[in-house]
Design a protein around this ligand. Structure first.
Ligand code: FES
Length: 105
C-alpha cells in the first residue's frame, strides 16, 4: 500500500478565510498544517512548522513557487518541499471544492 492510498481527506472550511497571498494554520487531528492561497488563486498545503527551528510557515512570505519562513528566511519549494539551504518540509495535496479547502493527509 502506498502513502497516497492511505491518505484521508479533511475539509478545513471556506477558502475565502485565507486572504489571497497569505497562509493560515489549521489543526488536523494531531498535526498542524499550513494552507496557502496563492496569488493565482490556487492552494498549497505544507507542514505548519519550519524544520529549521520551528518557525510558523503560515506567517511567511510566499510567491507562486515557494514559502519563505519568517524567522530565518529559508525558502521551501511548494512543489517538493525542498530548501536550497538544506531541510525539507512535507507538502500535502490540497484543492478547492465547493469553495471549501480539502487537504489530504
Ligand atoms: S525557523 Fe524557519 S528558517 Fe529558521
Amino acid at each position: 500500500m502506498t502513502a497516497a492510498e492511505t491518505r484521508t481527506e479533511h475539509r478545513l472550511g471556506p477558502v475565502d478565510r485565507i486572504p489571497v497571498g497569505e497562509g493560515r494554520s489549521y489543526a488536523v487531528g494531531m498535526r498542524q498544517v499550513a494552507v496557502f492561497r496563492l496569488r493565482d488563486g490556487t492552494l498549497r498545503a505544507t507542514q505548519a512548522s519550519c524544520p529549521h527551528a520551528g518557525g510558523p510557515l503560515a506567517d511567511g512570505q510566499l510567491d507562486l513557487s515557494r514559502i519563505v519562513c519568517p524567522l530565518h528566511l529559508r525558502a521551501f519549494s511548494f512543489a517538493d518541499g525542498t530548501c536550497s539551504e538544506g531541510g525539507r518540509i512535507t507538502v500535502y495535496p490540497v484543492r478547492e471544492e465547493d469553495a471549501q479547502i480539502v487537504v489530504e493527509l
